[in-house]
Ligand binder design. Structure first.
Ligand code: SF4
Length: 492
């Protein structure tokens, strides 16, 4: 899972596309914390800056002024293909025989090995070991008139999950795979009227009356639009390219029929609660999931409390539907990363103990219903239950506002081995015993759909029910280090 952002500004607009893109990316930090980067175009050439680390440390104010241009894309990474090394940070950049191109990618391809076989020169030509680097090389090589035509030729051969922002010298293209596994939205940025005649003169063209005062934005989530002051226009549709160029309205080009399968995990857990997807505010969706959970999996308790922060909306809904008071019993240190997206097991373990502390006055002597949005490996939940018991809780009933995760994801969440998933190899009673809870209950798929008020067919539920919308080749048990195993060398 990653965050992508793109912006096209009118010519000469201040503070420049890099600053807008950095701001937009800040609202997507939860989508990836391993690396961050920006690529800009000044109309003639691309410039790139990227590094390992959090967005605020990579894209600080000292660096942004040197990234001059009206077009920019930005990316924050959570690795699903390739190691956490500098070369694998994004955006990717490639100066090919046909064009210069930079890409930010959210998702994971499932036919990476096939695509590698289509690259002239093979793995030796790749400076990094991500599926995105491979896609960038294929697009830069493609003998087509421009980037849009290159995308139309290459994308039909690409399978898996990809929401892309693609930058060349003169345009940004937003792309969503035919299933639309990962979100991508389009927004309009209305800028203040031009302050100087030269800026006013820069705008005339197909942007009509707003010629000098509008920009266009692409973002993984609507929060990226909010933070830069852009208004939501619409989602980029599955199977669609949206082409953004200065002086033009966005242009839509369809490259495949839509077969929607938005990752339901985005709505349950991953995206921010203030984002909107499928026309729904995600806080409200999660609150309703909590209400459904209270109906399906009631628990006798004195208090309902969330695992902060992501369990809070569902806990509020559970409390509302059950009539049990809602209290916060765990305080989260906001300056540590999200447990789920730390790249190694060692860091995951440290993450939990560093980031949660119980409120003993709230917890002591109480029967608790603790609401969270997922159990992946089970280790986090086990530590939370232990924390609460040590703080004096008399009973701990764990309720999960999602179904058990039985199957790995190949479309952009790094749970690629069934052995990593506690529900894949243990019964519910075994999980309860492992985490040390008095009882355990999950929301059903039917309960998720009731909360969403949308049909099953619009979503991917594969990690819950094993129905994969895009077939996954055997070797795409698509190992994360597939390209490194195929000979692509990166620094370790
Ligand atoms: Fe989302 Fe699960 Fe489908 Fe992956 S398998 S895209 S996590 S619903």
């Amino acid at each position: 899972m990653c965050g992508v952002f793109g912006v096209v500004l009118p010519a000469g607009a201040e503070p420049g596309a890099a600053a807008v893109a950095a701001l937009g990316l800040f609202s997507l930090q939860h989508r990836g914390q391993e690396s961050a980067g920006i690529a800009v175009s000044d109309g003639e050439q691309l410039m790139l800056y990227k590094d390992l680390g959090m967005i605020s440390s990579v894209l600080d104010e000292r660096r942004l002024p040197s990234l001059r241009g009206d077009l920019a894309i930005a990316h924050c990474r959570y690795s699903t293909t390739g190691s956490t090394v500098w070369e694998n940070a994004q955006p990717t950049f490639r100066l090919g025989p046909r064009r210069a191109i930079a890409i930010g990618h959210n998702g994971n391809l499932v036919n990476t090995r096939d695509l590698l076989g289509q690259l002239h020169g093979g793995s030796a030509r790749l400076p990094a070991s991500t599926d995105t680097e491979l896609l960038t090389a294929l697009l830069a090589d493609e003998p087509a008139a421009d980037t849009v035509e290159a995308l139309l030729r290459v994308l039909p051969r690409v399978r898996g999950a990809y929401s892309l922002v693609v930058l060349d010298e003169r345009r940004i293209v937003g792309v969503r795979d035919p299933h639309g596994f990962r979100p991508l939205v389009l927004g309009r940025l209305r800028l203040p009227p031009p302050a100087t005649p030269s800026r006013a003169a820069a705008g005339p063209g197909l942007w009509g009356d707003d010629a000098a005062t509008s920009g266009w934005v692409l973002s993984s989530e609507t929060t990226g639009l909010d933070i830069v002051g852009a208004e939501y226009v619409r989602d980029v549709e599955p199977g669609e390219l949206v082409v953004l160029e200065q002086g033009r309205e966005p242009r839509s080009v369809r490259f495949a029929p839509a077969s929607p399968a938005l990752c339901v995990f985005e709505l349950i857990y991953f995206a921010r609660p203030d984002s909107y997807m499928e026309g729904r505010n995600l806080y409200e969706v999660r609150r309703r999931m909590g209400m459904e959970l209270a109906r399906e999996q009631p628990a006798e308790a004195d208090l309902v409390m969330p695992v902060p922060d992501t369990g809070a909306p569902a806990a509020a809904g559970f409390a509302e539907a059950s009539g049990i008071p809602y209290r916060e019993g765990l305080v989260r240190n906001r300056y540590t990363g999200r447990t789920f997206i730390q790249p190694s097991q060692t860091m995951r373990h440290r993450g939990v103990t560093l980031k949660l502390n119980p409120l003993r006055e709230v917890v002591r002597g109480r029967r608790l219903t603790v609401v969270d949005d997922s159990i992946v490996r089970g280790t986090t939940t086990k530590q939370i239950v232990e924390l609460l018991r040590r703080a004096g809780a008399t009973e701990v009933h764990v309720r999960i506002s999602a179904p058990p995760i039985y199957h790995p994801c190949f479309y952009g969440i790094d749970t690629q081995l069934e052995t990593e998933l506690i529900a894949a190899t243990n019964s519910e009673e075994e999980i309860r015993a492992f985490i040390g809870a008095d009882s355990l209950g999950y929301l059903s798929i039917g309960g998720v759909l009731a909360a969403l008020e949308l049909p099953y067919e619009r979503f991917c539920f594969a990690c819950f029910d094993g129905v994969y919308p895009e077939a996954v080749p055997y070797d795409a048990a698509s190992r994360k280090l597939l390209l490194e195993e195929a000979g692509v060398a990166v620094r370790g």
